[in-house]
Design a protein around this ligand. Structure first.
Ligand code: PEP
Ligand code: MN
Length: 345
């Protein structure tokens, strides 16, 4: 369901019945405003979209089962912690992300050849990854750089999934490729450069696939949450936020990992938060310390670029771990996951 200008939140009493919720929804629709119901472990909450004056004139608080009616002050609503107190847990294949479950996503920046991908997939699996990544459509700064294999790359990803059992994360850049990407992948990635491509966000909001939404290069935390809101308001609640570094004046790293974004996103939103240390740092030697820091800060997952032969990679070789290095980093990540009291997958 699409929400226009959500203004109010109706908190139902603990133990409110389905009939009571239904009566509130009927009142809302008779007044021409729409209600969006969320049931969590704490309470049933109805977000109300419509004119503030119309909503204010409704006798909502007199209805049985209604506890209180509150204005929503934040510009994002459905992704907010105010809307849903408990963590959203997204289950993909046999593993989960969020609510104490940590994802370890690994694989090459780009799908280059069948051999390269199958080798990377086997190494990801051997190192304990819970998902495989690989781009078939690549957003490249130079139009002359490798742009990805397209559908052929998607087919290879599906083959790698069949061989390893790992669910596949891959980027979508163009709504025209949505059907193909949704058909072959388990999670659709929206890259940093497209975080505010609102038509693309609405398009992935209409498919039944989890979305990994990367923070834009110069986007604020609030802008990231607003982008997630675009997806969720179309009906797709399975959004994973990804901090991947932002542009700052610092040149020692490719981007600056905004570690504080992790606890802030967790406070403000119920959605899981994954950190990509590879694009944040741009350097292999920083992947381990940034991964550990991200988990200590509360991240629900880590996404790492790994290539069987980084020196031959067609994109992002300088930040791609080789399989042996990945295995060592993955073991430290597994230790840290235990230390913070969570579990991998
Ligand atoms: C990627 O994941 O390979 C990628 C292009 O990332 P970003 O959009 O964060 O730059
Ligand atoms: Mn990359």
């Amino acid at each position: 369901m699409a929400i226009g200008s959500t203004e109010m939140m109706i908190i139902m009493q603990e133990g409110a019945t389905a009939e009571e919720v239904e009566r509130v929804l009927e009142l809302l629709s008779s007044a021409g405003v729409s209600g969006y119901v969320s049931t969590s472990d704490i309470a049933t909450v109805i977000a109300v979209a419509g004119e503030r004056d119309v909503i204010a004139g409704l006798p909502l608080e007199a209805y049985p089962g209604v506890d209180k009616v509150l204005p929503i002050l934040k510009p994002y609503k459905l992704v907010s912690r105010d809307f849903r107190r408990s963590d959203t847990v997204i289950t993909i294949g046999g593993s989960s992300v969020g609510g104490g479950h940590v994802a370890l996503i690994a694989g090459p920046c780009s799908v280059e050849t069948r051999e390269q991908l199958m080798e990377a997939a086997a190494a990801a699996k051997a190192g304990g990854a819970t998902m495989l990544r690989g781009g078939a459509y690549k957003p490249r700064t130079s139009p002359y750089a490798f742009q990805g294999l397209g559908v052929v790359g998607l087919e290879m990803l599906a083959e790698a999934r069949a061989a390893t059992g790992l669910p596949v994360v891959t980027e979508l850049m163009d709504p025209r490729h949505l059907d193909a990407v949704a058909t072959y992948s388990d999670v659709i990635q929206i890259g940093a450069r497209n975080m505010q491509n609102f038509q693309l966000l609405s398009a992935v909001g209409q498919v039944d696939r989890p979305v990994l939404l990367k923070r834009g290069l110069a986007a604020t935390i609030e802008e990231l949450l607003m982008a997630a809101e675009y997806i969720v308001r179309e009906g797709n609640e399975r959004v994973i936020l990804c901090e991947r570094g932002i542009r700052t004046f610092e040149t020692a790293t490719r981007n600056t990992l905004d570690i504080s974004a992790v606890p802030i996103l967790k406070q403000r939103s119920h959605l899981p938060v994954v950190v990509d240390p590879s694009h944040a740092a741009g350097k292999v030697e920083l992947v381990e310390p940034l991964s550990l820091a991200a988990l200590a800060a509360g991240a629900d997952g880590i996404m790492i670029e790994m290539h069987p032969h980084p020196e031959m990679a067609l994109s992002d070789g300088a930040q791609s771990l080789d399989p042996e290095h990945f295995k060592r980093v993955a073991a430290r990540i597994a230790d840290m996951v235990r230390w913070v009291g969570k579990k991998l997958g």
